[in-house]
Design a binder for this molecule. Structure first.
Ligand code: CAA
Ligand code: FAD
Length: 380
């Protein structure tokens, strides 16, 4: 077993770290406060190859491994989780799903601009009545011969307004249950697509989360991904990889808060000495560092399983469950280390605490991760 990163992986980590420091840090508080989508920053990330990191260069991607993706997600999330969620959806849900399951024509038409970062993608599974219970799709894609007619509502869609390309999960044949679900590529500009109001959120406030309505949207048959009825399996397979991205996001939020707390504890003095010399503070830092290291190893293991083409459903669920859990405690403790200063925006840790919460909810709640983990271990 080798825990050493390669030179290429270190270079990716450093490039992402520099980008976060130079391009994301300066405006992050303002974007959070005014719920401003980081369009300019995402464009630059695309130019650097971070929006299609794992996609083969022949489709416009950077051809990197999943470990590099975890490293980049961690660095970006240390500073701005609103940027990293956009990056995660585009990389691991949309681009990976398309590269793995789309045909050549679909890849040339839709994947290439997404992998190059010229366009942004969104993944539309959740509905008002179908969140964790994802097989209960109410959005319909009725087979009309040469096209599908799509009607319904999707909600909580990340990149909902900024994306040009939607991957939409919808029910074609109710009788067949989850085997009657399809995954369709739909242009945001298609007639009948209506973008709802932007959600006013606790955290990741820069990301644009919208509900999307489909009113008699005609979708050509050639925009279906895979065989008829493949849509639910597609969504589950895509989410197994997506959960590695969100685990790395939670890891980054935690390590960003920890680094700030560590630095502050060595500068702030109380009772005649730096607060890091008080054991209560030093032990908090020890707990934070240990939990972060464990989360990082779980992320790396899931990423390694994916790169080695092994089953990563279990390891990605474990990584997401654990990293999102420790992101809550670590960000909370980072505020405690900062005292009153941690409670105001200028010191960043309050934002990181607000951003951490979503990692326990999207791409499968913590309870859903426990369903996935328990079913797998009980099956043996
Ligand atoms: N890979 C392949 N197939 C899978 C699979 C996987 N990882 N997981 C399940 N399946 C298959 C099952 O084998 C089954 O097929 P068969 O009947 O042919 O065997 C079928 O899918 C249905 O599976 P279950 O019976 O296990 O389904 P369930 O109704 O019990 O639900 C669940 C399982 C794990 C709870 C699932 O519904 C789920 O993951 N829910 C959470 C949804 C979610 O994560 N949404 C995220 C939306 S995207 C997002 O959030 C993006 C963002 O924020 C940034
Ligand atoms: P519910 O499923 O109603 O769950 C409510 C509570 O009940 C949770 O605690 C849940 O864990 C628990 N629960 C439900 N069922 C069980 C069970 N069987 N056992 C134990 N506990 C259970 N979705 C997309 O498709 N695309 C996106 O881009 C996207 N982005 C999002 C961005 C944000 C900011 C948010 C808030 C959500 C986003 N989502 C997206 C939706 C997200 O994936 C769902 O919110 C999530 O899957 C939970 O679904 P729900 O909100 O309907 O909660």
């Amino acid at each position: 077993m080798n825990f050493q990163l390669t030179e290429e992986q270190i270079a990716v980590q450093m490039a992402a770290r520099d980008f976060a420091k130079n391009e994301l840090l300066p405006g992050v508080i303002e974007r959070d406060e005014h719920q401003k989508f980081p369009a300019e920053q995402i464009k630059k990330l695309g130019e650097l190859g971070f929006m299609g990191m794992m996609v083969d260069p022949k489709y416009g991607g950077s051809g990197m491994d999943t470990i590099s993706y975890v490293l980049a997600m961690e660095e970006i999330s240390k500073v701005d989780a609103s940027v990293s969620v956009c990056m995660s959806v585009n990389n691991s849900l949309v681009c990976w799903g398309m590269e793995t399951f789309c045909n050549e024509e679909q890849k040339q038409k839709y994947l290439v601009p997404l992998a190059k970062g010229e366009k942004i993608g969104a993944f539309l599974l959740s509905e008002p009545e179908a969140g964790s219970d994802a097989t209960s799709q109410r959005t319909t894609a009725i087979d009309m011969g040469d096209h599908y007619l799509v009607n319904g509502i999707k909600n909580w869609i990340t990149n909902g307004n900024s994306a040009s390309t939607y991957l939409v999960i919808a029910q074609t044949d109710v009788e067949k249950g989850h085997k009657g679900i399809n995954a369709l590529i739909i242009d945001k500009n298609a007639p009948g697509v209506v973008v709802g109001a932007k959600e006013n959120k606790l955290g990741i406030r820069g990301s644009d989360t919208h509900s999307i309505m489909f009113q008699d949207v005609k979708v050509p048959k050639e925009n279906r991904i895979g065989a008829d009825g493949f849509g639910f399996t597609f969504a589950m397979k895509v989410l197994s990889g997506g959960r590695i991205g969100i685990a790395a996001q939670a890891l980054g939020i935690a390590s960003g808060a920890y680094e700030l707390a560590l630095k502050y504890s060595k500068e702030r003095k109380a009772f005649g000495t730096e607060i890091s010399n008080h054991q209560a503070i030093a032990f908090k830092l020890a707990d934070m560092a240990t939990e972060i290291e464990a989360a990082r190893l779980l992320c790396f293991k899931a990423a390694w399983h994916k790169d080695e083409h092994m089953d990563y459903t279990l390891s990605s669920a474990m990584a997401k469950l654990y990293a999102s859990t420790i992101a809550q405690t670590v960000t909370n403790e980072a505020i405690q280390v900062h005292g009153g200063y941690g409670y105001v925006k200028e010191f960043h840790v309050e934002r990181l605490m607000r951003d951490a919460k979503i990692t326990q909810i999207y791409e499968g709640t913590s309870e859903v991760q426990k369903i996935v983990i328990s079913r797998t271990i009980l099956k043996g």
